[in-house]
Write a protein of this length. Sequence first.
Length: 195
Amino acid sequence: MGSTGRPRRGDTRQRIQDVALELFAERGYEKTSLREIAEQLDVTKAALYYHFKTKEDIVLGIFEDLSRPLDELIEWARRQPRTLENKQQLIHRYSAALHDAAPLFRFIQENQASVRELSIGEGFKERLVSMVDLVKEADAPLTDQVRCISALFTIHAGMFALKEIEGDPDEKRAAVLEVALELITAAHHAEEPGR
């Protein structure tokens, strides 16, 4: 496993992706060249080119690696009964998957204009729509649908907004997860018969 929790598919390829993601976050996607990535890795541009022809290929590879756990989670959730326990498990696992994919989400946040031009933006949106569909009930009262959607966005917001707040990162992540679970639980209890 890499430092981001990703499986290693060949050390050189992984190193290229990790360094590129750092440079994209630091300097911006548009301002980072393949030559600079190669220099940072201390490899020739030809060696880099062997693995990736373009910067977009690098980003697509990163997105594919980090999206796999989200795709697996969505498939798991689709096979489960829509109980409170399964929705809570989905929120727990989604939080962990996003935590592991944090470098990619930082890249997306800091390079929004470039991401719109890349094909990853649409894939990310599709996954988020799938997650929304899995946590909310279409026939639930509007306030409960908003609670469910807010639970997902609480996890997302926690990745970025809380970095400005003092405190231990694990404690902040636990607090975000607690709030997201409270929202899912409140929405589910409101949906129960007799309430």
